[in-house]
Ligand binder design. Structure first.
Ligand SMILES: NC(=O)c1ccc[n+]([C@@H]2O[C@H](COP(=O)([O-])OP(=O)(O)OC[C@H]3O[C@@H](n4cnc5c(N)ncnc54)[C@H](OP(=O)(O)O)[C@@H]3O)[C@@H](O)[C@H]2O)c1
Length: 308
């Protein structure tokens, strides 16, 4: 297992430099850890290279040259491709994994898949934590994420200083898979809350209420929420600039549906909501922020919230 006393001298690996991964990787570098990165679209490594990070030519090279490896990818199939390999990736991480490596997958993933990957990593002598995050691009940039960890306590204590460069709170939820279970538990609420807010907002506008009045009342009532406070004005402005994309939220609802099937429970509110997210995707809105679900309610109700 890796020697913690010299962790600062050991290079950290980072794979997946998207909206979240790039600011998170920058925070690791800023804290003084040497960094080696890889991203499928190589141009996304340019900024970190300029800041002093090394750039690997494939995931295997990351495993061979680093101790702790962070992955922050779109979802399960991307993680499987990067870690275990595929037709598109013939140099997967697993081929370089030894007892010197700890993989920390921060992707919002399916608990079952994360457990399978943890087993594959352990078979090579290493260890793995699932560590998805609560918080979007702003907290990622400011190093203020909440990190939800599944795995062994001893393994977490080895990598905690690195996680603390990205998050204000690191919570051990349980064994492998528990971090992802917690994240999906949060996100089905976030998805349905956003949709419910957008539906009631559209309803109020169609009844003839002024959007500004609706928002003001929401935010001064018992129904003030994170969504009404952070997304309400964006609905009025028609500002769908993406922090957390609609396609990522739809992916999380798919993961939750699969997890629910596995434990044989219904999640009917999430199920109905997922169909509206899918309708919005079908209308080409997948790359917009997930709050753009409001455009689907506008379309269904033949009404506009935004005057722009
Ligand atoms: N955005 C948020 O606010 C937020 C908040 C909490 C949690 N999350 C979760 O964090 C994760 C990352 O989110 P994000 O917003 O950073 O997503 P993103 O901007 O879409 O970035 C996705 C990353 O995954 C890579 N990728 C996708 N498919 C791949 C494949 N088959 N092989 C290799 N690399 C692949 C992309 O590479 P390319 O550059 O080549 O496309 C990119 O680096 C997701 O699981 C998301 O659910 C996001």
């Amino acid at each position: 297992m890796i020697d913690m006393s010299s962790l600062k001298e050991k290079t950290i690996g980072f794979i997946g430099l998207g909206n979240m991964g790039l600011p998170m990787a920058k925070n690791i570098l800023k804290a003084g850890y040497p960094l080696m990165v890889w991203n499928r679209t190589i141009q996304r490594t340019d900024e970190l290279k300029q800041l002093g990070a090394k750039v690997a030519s494939n995931p295997k090279e990351i495993a061979e040259n680093t101790s702790v490896i962070i992955t922050m990818l779109f979802g399960p199939s991307a993680v499987e491709e990067v870690v275990l390999g595929s037709r598109n990736n013939s140099f997967p991480l697993i081929e370089g994994i030894t007892s010197d490596n700890i993989l920390v997958d921060m992707t919002t993933n399916l608990p079952e898949i994360t457990r399978d990957i943890a087993k594959a990593i352990r078979d090579e002598g290493g260890d793995m934590l699932d560590a998805p995050v609560s918080g979007s691009v702003k907290p990622a940039t400011e190093g203020l994420l909440t990190i939800l960890v599944g795995g062994k306590k001893e393994t977490l204590s080895q990598v905690k200083p690195i996680l603390e460069t990205m998050g204000k709170k690191v919570i051990l939820i349980g064994d492998n898979g528990a971090g992802c279970s917690m994240k999906l538990t949060l996100n089905i609420h976030l998805a349905t809350l956003m949709a419910s807010f957008a539906e009631s907002f559209t309803f109020g506008v169609k009844l003839g209420l002024d959007p500004k009045t609706i928002l003001d009342v929401f935010n001064n009532s018992a129904l003030k929420t994170y969504i009404s406070e952070t997304k309400g004005q964006k609905l009025i402005d028609g500002d769908w600039s993406s922090a957390f994309s609609l396609s990522l939220m739809t992916k999380d609802l798919d993961l939750a549906t699969e997890a629910a099937r596995g434990i044989k429970i219904p999640i009917p509110i999430s199920g109905a909501t997922k169909e509206v997210y899918y309708a919005c995707m079908a209308n080409g809105k997948g790359d917009l922020d997930f709050s753009a679900i409001a455009t689907q309610f506008e379309k269904m109700g033949n009404v506009r919230i935004s005057k722009s």
